[in-house]
Design a protein around this ligand. Structure first.
Ligand SMILES: O=C(O)CCC(=O)/C=C/C=C(\O)C(=O)O
Length: 291
């Protein structure tokens, strides 16, 4: 199979949101004969994108017969910028609804990383009939950690990087982002910094959004019981951004949920333990319950 590249899969759509039309970028890794689609939703770090978050996870899913769609949320990467004064999880869910409508997809599996997990839960609550299975990774907003003061050290560094986007601040954030920072290369730092600085308005708008509403990702804890989708919750035992016990809250609330905790793993399980993560997700998608 030919390897997919970012540029060859790059697409965009126009989606109406709150009286304006947003240009929304996505990558469509479509083998042409897929029966099911997995949409991947990235996290909220500066410079994040679907491709940056999930480039180690696309190929195995496509080879297993899935179409993989990577949505760049408004305010990230090549999508239009926005100030979010209300729930960003719900904003992203509305954009996802617009995208799956335009792609003509009745039902999709959703794999969300951190903010992407929060947004996947928002989508599942608003449009349950459009969801196959859910994979929530380091996110989902089941409430605050019972054990770790929030905002966590990781989120404080993330917010600091938005305010002062320097290579030093990026390295400080990435150092607590993953369990083993020795895997991070200078090339990865530079690509990430270039992504951030190429869209300064995204950074400024994230800071403005936090000022307008510090609680960008509301707690869905009381509504988790409404989610009927089969759900795989994945966490890093050493996550210093969104602590692992938040994952316990998710499986306490979502009736059809199970939890996998990776040891020696920070906030980026899909990257830090890519091979095992991919096998876990495929096994879940192919063998657990009905889609
Ligand atoms: O504040 C939260 O709860 C979400 C934080 C979050 O989404 C962080 C994600 C970071 C990345 O995925 C990234 O920078 O690549």
């Amino acid at each position: 199979m030919t390897a997919f590249t970012e540029s060859a899969t790059s697409r965009s759509v126009r989606i109406a949101e709150d009286g304006r039309e947003l240009n929304i970028h996505y990558n469509d890794c479509d083998p042409g004969n897929a029966r099911e689609t997995v949409v991947m939703l990235h996290g909220s770090g500066p410079g994040a994108s679907g491709w940056a978050n999930f480039n180690r996870n696309i190929e195995p899913l496509v080879e297993a017969g899935y179409r993989v769609v990577l949505l760049d949320c408004p305010g990230w990467s090549k999508s239009d910028s926005i100030v979010s004064a209300e729930s960003r999880s719900d904003l992203n869910a509305r954009i996802l609804k617009g995208l799956v409508d335009q792609l003509g997809l009745d039902r999709v599996h959703i794999l969300g990383n951190s903010m992407g997990g929060h947004s996947a839960v928002a989508f599942a609550l608003s449009h349950p009939q459009r969801v196959g299975k859910l994979v929530l990774m380091g996110g989902g907003t089941g409430g605050a950690s019972a054990f770790v003061p929030m905002p966590t050290e990781g989120i404080k560094l993330l917010n600091g990087l938005y305010r002062e986007p320097t290579i030093d601040n990026l390295k400080k954030m990435m150092d607590v982002f993953v369990f083993d920072p020795s895997d991070l290369t200078e090339e990865l730092f530079q690509t990430r910094l270039d992504n951030m600085l190429s869209r300064r308005e995204h950074l400024d708008n994230f800071v403005a959004s936090l000022a307008a509403n510090p609680k960008q990702f509301p707690d869905f804890g009381p509504r988790l019981g409404e989610i009927q989708a089969q759900t795989l919750v994945v966490w890093g035992r050493n996550d210093r951004f969104v602590p692992m016990d938040v994952g316990l809250r998710l499986i306490a609330g979502i009736p059809n949920a199970e939890l996998h905790v990776f040891n020696n793993c920070g906030h980026w399980a899909q990257w830090e333990h890519a091979d095992r993560f991919n096998r876990l997700v495929l096994d879940f998608l192919q063998h657990r319950g009905e889609a």
